[in-house]
Design a protein around this ligand. Sequence first.
Ligand SMILES: C[S@@+](CC[C@H](N)C(=O)[O-])C[C@H]1O[C@@H](n2cnc3c(N)ncnc32)[C@H](O)[C@@H]1O
Length: 493
Amino acid sequence: MVHRKGSRGHVSNDQPETISRKRQGELGQFFTQEHVATFMAGLFQKPVETVRLLDAGAGDGILLSAFVRHQRGCGYQGPISVDAYERDELILPDLESNIGSLEKECHVTIEIIRGDFIGHGSRLIGEGREPRYTHAILNPPYRKIHSRSGHRAQLRAIGLETVNLYSGFVGLALAMMEPGGQLVAILPRSFCNGPYFEPFRRFLLSRAALKHIHLFQARDKAFQGDRVLQENVIIRLSKGERHGAVMVSTSSDDRFSDYIETSHAFGTIVLPEDPHQFIHIPTGNGADPLAGPAFRFRLGDLGLSVSTGPVMDYRIREELCAEPEPGAVPLLYPAHFSGQALQWPRPGSKKPNAIRFNERTAKWLLPNGWYTLVRRLSSKEERRRIVAQVLDPEKLPAARIGIENDFNIFHVGKQPLERRLAHGLATYLNSTAVDESFRRFNGHTQVNASDLRALRYPSREMLLELGDWAMRSPTVHQQAIDQAIDHLRLRRD
Ligand SMILES: C[S@@+](CC[C@H](N)C(=O)[O-])C[C@H]1O[C@@H](n2cnc3c(N)ncnc32)[C@H](O)[C@@H]1O
C-alpha cells in the first residue's frame, strides 16, 4: 500500500498541502484511489514471461505498486521492471519512498524517469529506441494541449493529432508497447465521442483491440473542465489484436458494490457504419433503443442540418442590447424558455434580449421561423440530457433573429423548418429512447451538434405525424411521448 493521506472519490484532488490547486491544474494532477488502483491492476491477464511495465505520470506510484503487488499476489514469479515517468519535483520524494519499500518487498527493478513523458517518449520512438513495454498502467494528466505547443508537434511526429495530454499519454504509451502488450488506463469519457478526439479514437482502434470498458456512472468533479461534468472510464487495450468481444462493466462509484459486467460484440460498441468511430457504452442489458429499422435515418437523409447557435455573445458584446430597441432583433438564450414556453423579451434578465441588426451582425442572424432547439448544456439534476424546444416565430416580432451559442439549432440550409417538423423533431428528441441511445456514447452534460448528427431518426413522414400529434396536445407528458415512440418502433413504413 502506498503512503498517502485519506481522500474522497475514485480520482481525487486531496493532496499534500504543498501542492496548490493551481499547480495541480497545470500538471493535470488527480490521484487514483486505492480501490480503483486495485481494480485496474486486476484487469491485466497473467503474464507469461518477463514484465516490462510503464507508468507514465506516476504521481506517488499508486498504480505501479498496485500492479506489482497484484502480480506477485497471483503467484507470478518472473522478472518485473518498471519505468515510472514523473515531472513534478514535489511528488518525487513520495514516489521514491513508496518505490523503495516496493523494491525490497516484491523483487522488482524500478527506474524513475524525471521529466516530460511526451518529449522523452516521442524522442525514443523517433530514434527507434523505445523500450517495447509489455504492460502499461496509466492515470494520465488531464490538460488541453494548444495547437502550436511542443507537445502537439511531438505527438504529431508519432502520427497522433490530439487535443489533450491524457489522449497524448495513452497514444504514446500504446506506441511504445510490444505486440500483445496490455494497457489499462483511467480516463475521462470525453474521448468516446465528438470530433476533437476522432483522430485519437482512430489511432487507438487501429492499433489495439478494445477488451474492456468500465464506466463509473457517477460523474466526478475531478475531471471537471470546460463547464462539463464528465463520467470516467477505465479501458483495457491489447496491442495488435483484432477486435472481438468487449467486456462492458459499470459501477456507480469506486466501491464497485453494484458492479455488473456484460460481454458485447465490438460492432455494437463502435458501429461499423459510423465514419466518426464513436465508442458506445451500453449500460444495462438492453439493446440500443434506436437500433430498429424504424429509426434508420440520418439527419442528412431527411434534408436537415444541425449547428450550434451562431451568435457567440462574448465576441460581439458591443452589439448586444439589454432590452429590445429600434434597429435590434430578438436574441434568444436558454433563459428565454420556461419548459416548452418561449418568453421573449424577459425584462430585467441577466442575459441580453436583443442584438443590433447591422452589417457586422447580419451573417450571424437567421430568418425568423420554426426551428427545433436543443440546449448544449443540461444541468446535472435534469432527468434527460437532451432537452429540445420549439421556437415559435409568432412570439418574435422580427424578420430576423439571433440564436445564442448555448443552443444547437436544427434547420434546412439555414432556413426554418416546416412547423409540423419542428414539433415532431422536438417530441422525438425529448423521448426516453433518444436519451438512452445518446447516453451510450456521450457521458457529458454537454450536447454537441456532432452528437445530434450521430443519432438515428425516424422518417420525415413519421416526424410530421409526431408533430401533428404534439401540436394537438398542448402539454405532452413523458409517458405519452414514450408511448408514441414505441408505436413508431413497431411500424413497418
Ligand atoms: C492524473 S495524475 C496521476 C498520478 C498517479 N498515476 C495516480 O494515479 O494517482 C498525473 C501525473 O502526471 C504527472 N505529469 C503531468 N505532466 C507530465 C508530463 N508531461 N510528464 C510526466 N509526468 C507528468 C503529474 O505531475 C501527475 O503526478
